[in-house]
Ligand binder design. Structure first.
Ligand code: ADP
Ligand code: MG
Length: 108
């Protein structure tokens, strides 16, 4: 029996842009993905194609413009930011390409 631990359906993400050019950049346009327990998945694409945007949304760091994200049976978009942050802290690991360190903190 398969066990889907991560699922997204019909995922869209657009970023609003400033007024000079087009009003929005449509990055994700209807992504469907199922990941089974124990499965190793690579997301491959040209620079700027939306890989990080997708991973941020799947990891609960950002919210999509449209669509659903499930961790197991839970639709994470129905969670409050606080509950989502707690679940993210216990369930998800990130290795950032850009590590977003805060200069005012030390590691001690
Ligand atoms: N916060 C943001 N605001 C506006 N545009 C963004 C933002 N984040 C990413 N983008 C744009 O979305 C597109 C996809 O970016 P990204 O997901 O980082 O691609 P990849 O990880 O595949 O290189 C790029 O054109 C990028 O400039
Ligand atoms: Mg990236």
């Amino acid at each position: 029996m398969t066990n889907v631990i991560l699922r997204c359906t019909n995922l869209y993400k657009s970023f609003s842009l400033d007024k000079k050019g087009p009003s929005a950049l449509h990055v994700l346009k209807g992504i469907d993905l199922d990941v089974q327990e124990g499965e190793v998945v690579s997301i491959v694409g040209a620079s700027g194609s939306g890989k990080s945007t997708l991973l941020h949304i799947l990891g609960g760091l950002d919210r999509p413009s449209r669509g659903e994200v499930f961790w197991g049976e839970t639709n994470i978009l129905t969670l409050t930011d606080e509950t989502l942050a707690k679940r993210r802290g216990t369930n998800v690991g990130f290795v950032f390409q850009f590590h977003h360190l805060l200069p005012e903190f030390t590691s001690i």
